[in-house]
Design a protein. Structure first.
Length: 154
């Protein structure tokens, strides 16, 4: 059965123009993009989105970093999406990230770690709803209503 996860391509990766490359890695790994947009977070957005980390010592730098530039947020679908996507991005600390993971390629530190992934189905649903309405998460698949030769004949 397919399920969904949620991701953020973080300000350092977007600012360094790695968005396309990261989306290519994600699609090539078999994830289908159901929703996608670029946004900027306010300090208050960061406090809400990362509320579980609010009392942690790293929250101040996390907040300064996440408001430092645009981010790209997306909802992704695949079988075993949450666990497979966490494997694809690698460990929070890039020093510990496995070879060929997104963080191994693009993360610069524990804070400037290029990408976020949900850690459970429940959090994926909540995080997706933080950025997208139900109507913005598109399940519809590409399917021509008439044969391809007819589409191409004019
Ligand atoms: P993310 O997956 O977005 O979830 C919380 C973020 O806090 C994490 O990635 C890191 O970027 C950031 N962070 C900074 N320092 C730490 C730390 N010591 N432990 C965990 N997360 C940290």
């Amino acid at each position: 059965m397919t399920n969904r996860t949620f991701t953020i391509i973080k300000p350092n990766a977007v600012g360094q123009q790695h968005t396309g490359e990261i989306l290519t890695i994600i699609e090539k790994a078999g994830f289908r993009i159901l929703a996608l947009k670029m946004v900027c977070l306010s300090r208050s957005d960061v406090e809400k989105f990362y509320h579980i980390h609010k009392e942690r010592p790293f929250f101040r730098t996390l907040s300064l970093f996440m408001t430092a530039g645009p981010i790209v947020v997306a909802v992704l679908e695949k079988e075993n999406a949450v666990a497979d996507f966490r494997a694809l991005i690698g460990a929070t600390d890039p020093v510990k990230a496995a070879e060929h993971t997104i963080r191994k390629y693009f993360a610069e530190s524990k804070t400037r770690n290029a990408i976020h992934a949900s850690d459970s189905d429940e959090n994926a649903a909540w995080e997706a709803s933080f950025f997208f309405s139900d109507k913005e998460i598109i399940e519809t698949r590409y399917q021509l209503p008439i044969p391809a030769e007819e589409i191409d004949k004019d």
